[in-house]
Design a protein around this ligand. Structure first.
Ligand code: HEC
Length: 485
C-alpha cells in the first residue's frame, strides 16, 4: 500500500508537467516571408498533403462537413484550414506530439507540412499550374485492409435509422458461428452506412442465464429488453459489464484496421456472442445500416493472445494483482474478479462544478507482458487521459498523453514498437474530468456525475492491449478454409 501511494505521488508529479503546446505561430510568418518569391501552390505543394491526409473524410458521404477534392473545394476554406492544421485539430488525433511513444497509426501532419499549408494561405492561396496537380485520390469501396477477409460477420439485423432525433448507442447481439475458438490477426469494422455511423464497437460477451435473442436484441426470460445502454436489469448493461466480456475493437472515422503480428491474435470464443454497439447520427432522411466485421485469421500458430484491460484492472492473468484507484485523495482498493463491477460502484461521484477531477488507476504488472495499444474511453466530462509506465527501477515514462480528450474521436493508439514490461512495472492511467460550465459539452454542471454507460454519466476506461509473455501456443486456426458468407 505504501509503495503504491508513492507511485500515485510520482504520477501527480508527471501530470503537472503537462502538455507543452507547440508555439507554431512564429515559424509560419517567417517561412511565408522567406518564400514570398516562390510561394507554395495548391497544385504542386498543397494538394498532395490534402489528398493524403484530409480527403478520406472530406469527400461526399463521409463524416466531414465539406469536400476537399479540388482547388475549387479547398479555396474557400483556406483560412479555416490554416487555423485547423496549426492548432493540430485537423487531421483529428488526440496524442500529445511532445510526450509519449510513437504510434504507427498517427495521421498527424509534420511540422514541414503545416508550414507549407501556412505559407500557401499567407501568400493568398495560389492555384499554381494544373500540370503539377496529382491525380485526385480514389478510395476503395470496401475493406481497407488490402484483401478480402477470410470471414465476415454482420449485424444480426439491418437497422432503420430515423431521419432525425438523438439515438442512444444501439446494442445488437449475434451468436458466434464457430465450433471452436478462432484467432484473428486482423479485424476491421466496416460500417454499412459511412455517413450515418458515428462510431461502432464490437465486443465478445456471454449473455445472462435464460436470456434470448429476438431480432438481434437481447431479452430476459420475461421478454424485457436487456443489455441495452441505460436499461435496468443488469448491474452494468454495457458490453464490458456482461459476464465474460472482452472488447474486440472499435471504429471511428479515420481509424484503421486492428492488425497484429502473424503469431499474435485476438480470440473469438466459440459459443459466445458478438455485441455490436453502434452509435448513429441521423442525416435528415431515413437511412439503413448493417455494419460488418471482417476477420483475417492468423495463419501460423498463435503464441500470444491479445488481452484488453483497463488501467486499474490487474494485468497479469495468473495471479490476482492488487489494483488501486484514487479519487478525491482517497484510495479505492479492490481485488478484481473477472467481469467485476465493484470498482465502478465504489468510485465516488464527480461533484458539481468541479473543473479538474482526477481518477487514477494503477495496474501492477506481476509478470512480463508486451503492450500493443491503448484507447481512452470517457464521456462528455472526459478532459484528458494519460498513461504512465513506472519501470521496476522507479523511473516514470509517459507512454501516451491525450491532453484534450474528445468524446467524438475515440482513437486507438497503436504503438509503433510493442513495449515489453518486466514484472514489477506499473501502468498508471490518470483521467481528468471537467464538470464545470467551462466544458462546452457538459449537459449539467450543477449535478453530481455517476458512473454508467449513459453518455451523460461517466466512464473511465483506459483500455490497454497486451499479451502475457510466458503464455505460449494458445491456439491454432484449423487449416481448412472457413466458409465465406
Ligand atoms: C478522420 C476524419 C477527418 C480527417 C482525416 C480530416 N478531417 Fe477535417 N473535419 C472532420 C470533421 C468530422 C469535421 C467537422 C467537425 C469538427 O470540426 O470536428 C472537420 C472539420 C474541418 C474543418 C472546419 C470546417 C468548419 O466548418 O469550420 C476544417 C477547416 C478541416 N476539417 C480541415 C481539414 C484538413 C485541412 C484536413 C487534413 C489536413 C482534415 N480536415 C482532415 C473530419 C476529418
Amino acid at each position: 500500500m505504501k509503495r503504491l501511494l508513492a507511485v500515485v505521488t510520482v504520477g501527480f508529479g508527471v501530470a503537472l508537467v503537462g502538455a507543452v503546446n507547440l508555439s507554431s505561430e512564429q515559424r509560419p510568418q517567417a517561412s511565408a516571408a522567406a518564400g514570398a518569391a516562390s510561394a507554395p501552390t495548391f497544385a504542386k505543394h498543397v494538394a498532395p498533403i490534402v489528398y493524403k491526409h484530409c480527403a478520406q473524410c472530406h469527400r461526399p458521404g463521409e463524416v466531414a462537413p465539406m469536400s476537399l477534392l479540388s482547388y475549387e473545394d479547398v479555396r474557400p476554406w483556406a483560412r479555416a484550414i490554416k487555423n485547423k492544421v496549426v492548432s493540430r485539430e485537423m487531421p483529428p488525433w488526440g496524442a500529445d506530439p511532445d510526450q509519449g511513444l510513437r504510434m504507427r497509426n498517427d495521421p498527424s501532419l509534420s511540422k514541414a507540412q503545416i508550414d507549407t499549408i501556412t505559407a500557401w494561405v499567407d501568400a493568398g492561396a495560389p492555384r499554381g499550374d494544373d500540370i503539377d496537380l496529382p491525380p485526385a485520390p480514389t478510395f476503395a469501396e470496401g475493406w481497407t485492409y488490402g484483401r478480402e477477409p477470410d470471414y465476415v460477420l454482420e449485424m444480426p439485423v439491418e437497422f432503420d435509422i430515423p431521419a432525425e432525433g438523438e439515438l442512444g448507442v444501439q446494442m445488437f447481439y449475434s451468436k458466434i458461428p464457430f465450433e471452436e475458438d478462432r484467432f484473428a490477426e486482423v479485424l476491421e469494422i466496416r460500417p454499412g452506412n459511412r455517413g450515418a455511423v458515428h462510431h461502432a464497437g464490437v465486443f465478445v460477451v456471454d449473455i445472462p442465464e435464460g436470456a434470448t435473442l429476438l431480432n438481434g436484441r437481447l431479452l430476459d426470460k420475461d421478454g424485457k429488453v436487456i443489455g441495452d445502454r441505460g436499461t435496468a436489469g443488469l448491474p452494468n448493461t454495457s458490453g464490458m459489464g456482461l459476464p465474460g466480456a472482452s472488447k474486440l475493437l472499435s471504429w471511428v472515422p479515420g481509424r484503421g484496421v486492428d492488425a497484429h503480428r502473424a503469431n499474435v491474435g485476438k480470440r473469438i470464443t466459440a459459443g459466445k456472442y458478438i455485441n455490436w454497439q453502434v452509435h448513429y447520427n441521423p442525416t435528415g432522411k431515413p437511412e439503413k445500416d448493417r455494419t460488418r466485421l471482417g476477420i483475417w485469421f492468423n495463419k501460423v500458430p498463435v503464441t500470444h493472445e491479445v488481452l484488453i484491460r483497463q488501467a486499474g484492472d490487474p494485468i497479469a492473468t495468473n495471479r490476482r494483482g492488487l489494483s488501486l484507484y484514487r479519487a478525491e485523495g482517497k484510495e479505492i482498493e479492490y481485488t478484481a474478479d473477472e467481469g467485476s463491477t465493484r470498482r465502478r460502484s465504489a468510485t465516488p461521484n464527480i461533484p458539481p462544478y468541479v473543473e479538474n477531477w482526477e481518477l487514477i488507476g494503477i495496474t501492477p504488472v506481476t509478470e512480463p507482458i508486451t503492450l500493443y495499444a491503448m484507447s481512452p474511453h470517457m464521456h462528455l466530462r472526459g478532459k484528458s487521459l494519460k498513461w504512465i509506465v513506472t519501470w521496476p527501477d522507479g523511473r516514470d515514462q509517459v507512454i501516451l498523453n491525450v491532453p484534450r480528450f474528445d468524446f467524438n474521436w475515440q482513437f486507438n493508439y497503436e504503438l509503433a514498437e510493442p513495449l515489453h514490461l518486466p514484472a514489477g512495472s506499473k501502468i498508471t492511467g490518470i483521467g481528468v474530468y471537467d464538470n464545470s460550465p467551462k466544458n462546452r459539452w457538459n449537459p449539467a454542471p450543477n449535478l453530481p456525475v455517476y458512473w454508467s454507460e449513459q453518455s451523460w454519466d461517466e466512464m473511465y476506461q483506459a483500455f490497454t492491449e497486451y499479451s502475457v509473455d510466458s503464455q505460449i501456443v494458445v491456439g491454432i486456426n484449423r487449416t481448412t478454409q472457413p466458409q465465406k458468407r
